[in-house]
Ligand binder design. Structure first.
Ligand code: URA
Length: 244
């Protein structure tokens, strides 16, 4: 079955320009559809099957984008907000035309790995509680973290609302009386989960950064606030969560 869409919509999606820019390009005879010049930018084309060129350069259509953002503190994980800057505001227009949304949420003050996509199925699979997708966080804690806390996290701790967390893996990277640096891997995504798990054992999280989600690892070469598209391999690995 072929799915058609308006040529101007397709080209706007691919970042060629606004619809009026594209109308102009068509009038100037710079757009071709299967080798024939197109003057009407409202023409319906099949984005999967047809060859579209602008100035003789092929425009390869794609429906989905996948973006890894190194989220900075101070922005909210939403597509829009009346008061706050959102993670989508950090993307440039060429990304925003795809209407990406964040896959899950990081708190406003949490930094690190956030996936943005317009692929609803993949987002749904990654967030499904049934899939138990591992999420790993780096955190600085305001007191010592010993083997007693490791053991409690391994057994599951009771949060303030009575919920008992699933087993989590806690690695202590550095530790003394004044504080600790840790990595924690959890399989759930309850509201403020990491902060509430530490509160349950009498500690406070001073700094929190996500470094991994399933197979996707934060690219440490991305400065805070920067982003890049996922590689084909990274997308393929994430698609494995879609099986069964
Ligand atoms: N757990 C938290 O407490 N905050 C986050 O942003 C993510 C996990």
């Amino acid at each position: 079955m072929s799915n058609t869409m308006r040529l101007d919509k397709l080209l706007a999606h691919m970042g060629v320009g606004t619809r009026s820019d594209i109308r102009k390009l068509a009038r100037q005879g710079r757009i071709a559809h299967n080798g024939m010049t197109v003057k009407d930018s409202g023409k319906h084309v099949d984005p999967e099957a047809d060859l579209i060129t602008v100035d003789d350069e092929a425009i390869v259509y794609r429906a989905f984008i996948y973006v890894m953002l190194n989220k900075p503190g101070g922005v909210v994980s939403a597509t829009e907000d009346r008061r706050e800057r959102t993670v989508v505001d950090l993307l440039d227009e060429r990304m925003r035309v795809f209407s990406p949304f964040p896959v899950g949420r990081l708190d406003k003050d949490t930094e690190g790995l956030l996936l943005l996509t317009n692929d609803g199925q993949l987002a749904h699979d990654l967030l499904s509680p049934r899939k138990h997708v591992d999420k790993t966080y780096y955190a600085d804690i305001d007191g010592p973290v010993g083997s007693d806390i490791q053991e409690q996290f391994c057994q599951g701790v009771k949060l303030d609302d009575g919920y008992k967390t699933m087993p989590a893996t806690l690695n202590v990277l550095a530790n003394d009386e004044s504080g600790a640096s840790i990595e924690l891997t959890i399989q759930e995504g309850k509201f403020h989960q990491v902060k509430r798990m530490f509160e349950a054992v009498g500690r406070k999280v001073r700094y929190l950064k996500r470094i991994r989600m399933g197979s996707l690892v934060l690219d440490e070469s991305l400065p805070s606030g920067a982003y890049r598209e996922l590689t084909g391999e990274e997308v393929e690995l994430l698609r494995h969560y879609n099986q069964d």
